[in-house]
Design a protein around this ligand. Structure first.
Ligand code: SF4
Length: 102
């Protein structure tokens, strides 16, 4: 049996919640990284590897490829708000360059 990636389950659950409640706010969020200010400390990809990864070329943090908006490593597409580790990563970032918009 093929294993379903965690993010597909999160998207499915968020869609079901949206369909049931009709509410969208608080279900999805977008994450941005001001990559020019990144100091490559690793806190974000350690605390939230589902969403952040170290870029192999410049060593700065980036959004994981499956969540990048139009291939932009600094911006995520709409992701389920259940990805709570994104908030942990934003709180832990010493440069305070991770922004979450609901
Ligand atoms: S926590 Fe902040 S400074 Fe550290 S790697 Fe991630 S984005 Fe860069």
């Amino acid at each position: 049996m093929e294993q379903v990636p965690w993010y597909e389950w999160n998207i499915y659950c968020a869609q079901m919640l949206h369909a049931k409640t009709g509410r969208r706010k608080g279900v999805y969020m977008k994450v941005t990284i001001d990559r020019k200010q990144c100091v490559s400390c690793g806190s974000c990809w350690d605390s939230c590897p589902e969403l952040f990864v170290q870029n192999e070329k410049d060593s700065f943090s980036q959004i994981v490829p499956e969540y990048q908006e139009n291939g932009d490593p600094a911006k995520s597409t709409e992701i389920p708000d259940t990805t709570s580790c994104a908030r942990d990563a934003a709180d832990l970032c010493p440069a305070t360059i991770i922004t979450i918009v609901e």
